[in-house]
Unconditional design. Structure first.
Lengths: 111, 109
């Protein structure tokens, strides 16, 4: 079992819809969770970080964390074609400096 | 501009050759990281340095060595390159923010 798992996609949604991206992790002691966006040929850029159970909203983005079920999700409201990218989930284990990434989910927003 | 600078951006090596990838950050971050990214494999951690003077292995350290030269610089060395090391390499540093360099595209033939 990989430490951080994501569906590779592609996930296709129409413009204006809500895109839902999911990530599960195996280390129950993990404490910090991150979502990155990566455009083709570019380096990852941080979208959201979340540290406690519940929802965290930032503009059109909402991160959701459920530590009991060991999953973290990212919702993108009013999806735009410019949101088309690969979304990477990253998890930081308890008491470590290791940040482990999932393989990423490719999102396609159709105009 | 503040950030993480990686050099070179592109490199082609022959099997068995050696090279060092350079990374420098000017954000006064303590922790620095080297990842490789391959199609369908996501970002895999090679080595990291939690602070100046310390380095630790990540998920895929075999075939690589690192040096944390000072707080700013963290280099990755391939002593004897192999085709399996063909990849895109990213350096990153973490402080109040997590910042990636622009990447090095390495091809080993």
């Amino acid at each position: 079992q990989k430490e951080v798992e994501q569906n590779s996609g592609p996930l296709s949604v129409p413009e204006g819809a809500i895109a839902s991206l999911n990530c599960t992790y195996s280390d129950r002691g993990s404490q910090s969770f991150f979502w990155y966006r990566q455009y083709s040929g570019k380096s990852p850029e941080l979208i959201m970080s979340i540290y406690s159970n519940g929802d965290k909203e930032d503009g059109r983005f909402t991160a959701q964390l459920n530590k009991a079920s060991q999953y973290v999700s990212l919702l993108i409201r009013d999806s735009q074609p410019s949101d088309s990218a690969t979304y990477l989930c990253a998890v930081n284990g308890q008491g470590t400096y290791k940040y482990i990434f999932g393989t990423g989910t490719r999102l396609k927003v159709l105009a | 501009n503040a950030g993480v600078t990686q050099t070179p951006k592109f490199q082609v090596l022959k099997t068995g050759q050696s090279m060092t990838l350079q990374c420098a950050q000017d954000m006064n971050h303590n922790s620095m990281y080297w990842y490789r990214q391959d199609p369908g494999m996501g970002l895999r951690l090679i080595y990291y340095s939690a602070s100046e003077g310390t380095t630790d292995k990540g998920e895929v350290p075999n075939g690589y060595n690192v040096s944390r030269l000072n707080k700013r610089e963290f280099s990755l060395r391939l002593e004897s390159a192999a085709p399996s090391q063909t990849s895109v390499y990213f350096c990153a540093s973490i402080g109040a923010s997590y910042t990636f360099g622009s990447g090095t595209r390495l091809t080993v033939v």
